[in-house]
Design a protein around this ligand. Structure first.
Ligand code: TNX
Length: 532
């Protein structure tokens, strides 16, 4: 898609400003507004600086929002809350007058190019005003995330800072390459409380990630209350890897997470992994086991030893009730049913089980997402397969793509945030190899798997498995700076792909993370500005 015929300009400007011959190891200045315009992650489609033009936020700046749009008012409220804390200014939020406001910051649901779609936006910065224009609230939210990156890092501070609060003049027109830009949190191996999940949602939304896949069950724990099968959470959720006390979300807490995510234009995709990875459920209810004997709770890290009993009818009552309750709590269209590493289930049983479980999901009005192992069995046309392999070819997936199956790209040696950066990384695993920032960034999701072209790719997702991850600090250390790399592959046009530009723009995020208290990994591949 090209807007206004200026697509080629984008790359030129971004490269000219951010990549002008500064080597990756050299510190770059991030103090000037023009550099900030060229430092946005993910790279915008078109960024046209207006040289010498700056907008300054002052004590009298007003935020105007689209009249009659509660969603726009909510987004404006979120921006005002961030700016009030750091600037100390009142930042009132009011409905825009009928004529476009000539001063202040306006968030408007009109005037954006139609080609920007529902998630795109146009951002104009002049001496007098800032206008974010979008076709839908999701686009306004995305534009506000860009605006945050155009402000000095101190704008993210939780306490009042001196300023000045200057934004570089120019125009950005921006929209996503892929609709699915995901992160995944495994809250099963180690339970992560609601507060951690909310903070992670804030952190990923800043990079225009719009899906959070929650891996809610595994051998080591069941993490959400199911009213019709209460032992799942209270017993199956009572431990975790290493033998800690585990935990689970009540349905009210899960709904809070869903609502918090929705306000940040992030869709929650809940996963109940089956038929393997089910020891916590099998331990909670003896009748789910083929031999009628409940195994012990499990706190190790082996995979592939558990299976629901495919031949028992109660198994299908179980999945119908579990998925029914979760479907009712989940506004998004997807339920993820796992399907990976079912090495204790025969191929015939696996096909039987996946066939029936896809029908159960459909009966609850949802579409299935499953790990790519699913394509070993027949899939419904609406089923989405998530690739997690380490190869660049997979015959089954290529055949599925030919038949219309859409695919989420999570190649483990590129996107797995639980892989160590290098041999010295304290946390994480290495079965898919070390994943440095350049590995996470250096691939093309639309042309990675043989026979799986761009049109078959729904998007990208960066999973964080938590066998070794226990705290928010651990999550942040593994996600930053690799998560923004995957986010950029999901959002930015392939034409902007350039490591030198990216590593410098990524470096410019360091001072922001420092101000926000994000515990990021100081990769030596990135030019971090002095002091960050
Ligand atoms: C493989 S990826 C798994 C998970 C582990 C992960 C650790 C996938 C679908 N299954 O069960 O947690 O590796 O990296």
């Amino acid at each position: 898609m090209t807007i206004g015929g200026v697509r080629l300009l984008t790359t030129t400007i971004i490269l000219a400003l951010a990549g002008s011959g500064v080597g990756p190891a050299a510190p770059v200045a991030v103090g000037t507004t023009a550099v900030r315009l060229a430092s946005v992650v993910p790279a915008p489609v078109v960024a046209t600086p207006a040289s010498g033009v700056t907008y300054r936020i002052t004590a009298t700046t007003t935020i105007y929002t689209e009249p009659g749009s509660p969603a726009a008012a909510d987004i404006a409220g979120q921006l005002a809350a961030i700016l009030r804390r750091s600037t100390g200014y009142p930042m009132p939020v009011v409905d825009a007058p009928s004529a476009t406001p000539s001063d202040g910051i306006a968030l408007l649901l009109s005037g954006a190019p139609t080609g920007a779609g529902a998630e795109g936006y146009q951002l104009d910065v002049t001496t007098a005003s800032i206008a974010v224009r979008a076709n839908a609230p999701a686009g306004l939210f995305a534009g506000v995330q860009t605006l945050r990156q155009l402000l000095p890092p101190a704008a993210e501070s939780a306490t009042a800072q001196p300023g000045p609060w200057d934004v570089a003049g120019g125009r950005i027109v921006d929209y996503p390459r892929f609709s699915h830009r995901g992160a995944m949190l495994d809250v099963a191996r180690h339970f992560l409380p609601t507060s951690v999940v909310k903070r992670y949602i804030d952190e990923i939304a800043l990079y225009k990630v719009n899906r959070l896949h929650l891996h809610l069950s595994d051998d080591q724990g069941w993490r959400i209350t199911i009213n019709s099968w209460p032992n799942l959470a209270v017993y199956g959720g009572s431990t975790q890897v290493g033998g800690g006390t585990g935990g689970y979300y009540t349905q009210a807490e899960y709904q809070q997470i869903v609502a918090y995510a929705a306000a940040r234009y992030v869709m929650i995709i809940p996963e109940i992994d089956m038929p393997g990875h089910t020891n916590a459920a099998l331990a909670s209810y003896a009748q789910l086991n083929c031999d009628g004997v409940a195994p012990k709770l499990y706190t190790g890290t082996k995979v592939g030893f558990s299976s629901l009993c495919v031949s028992k009818e109660i198994t299908y009552t179980f999945i119908d009730q579990v998925l029914g309750e979760i479907a009712a709590l989940t506004p998004g269209p997807y339920l993820h049913i796992g399907g990976d590493e079912a090495s204790s289930t025969t191929a015939a049983d696996y096909a039987t089980f996946m066939n029936r479980s896809q029908q159960v999901v459909a009966a609850h009005g949802k579409s299935v997402v499953g790990w790519h192992d699913m394509v070993n069995a027949p899939v419904l046309p609406s089923t989405v397969a998530q690739f997690w392999g380490t190869t660049t070819s997979h015959a089954g997936l290529a055949a599925a793509a030919q038949n219309g199956t859409r695919i989420i790209m999570s190649p483990a040696n590129r996107t797995y945030l639980d892989m160590k950066y290098n041999s010295r990384t304290r946390l994480g695993q290495r079965w898919a190899g070390y994943v440095e920032v350049q590995d996470a960034y250096g691939w093309n999701p639309g042309a990675y798997l043989a026979g799986v072209g761009e049109a078959s790719v729904l998007g990208v997702e960066a999973p964080l498995w938590t066998e070794t991850i226990e705290t928010l600090a651990d999550v942040e250390y593994m996600a930053f700076p690799r998560l923004p790399a995957i986010a950029e592959l999901g959002w930015s046009p392939a034409s902007t792909h350039d490591w030198t530009s990216f590593s410098q723009r990524l470096g410019a995020q360091g001072p922001r993370w420092r101000v926000m208290g994000v515990n990021y990994y100081h990769s030596t591949q990135v030019s971090w500005p002095t002091g960050s």
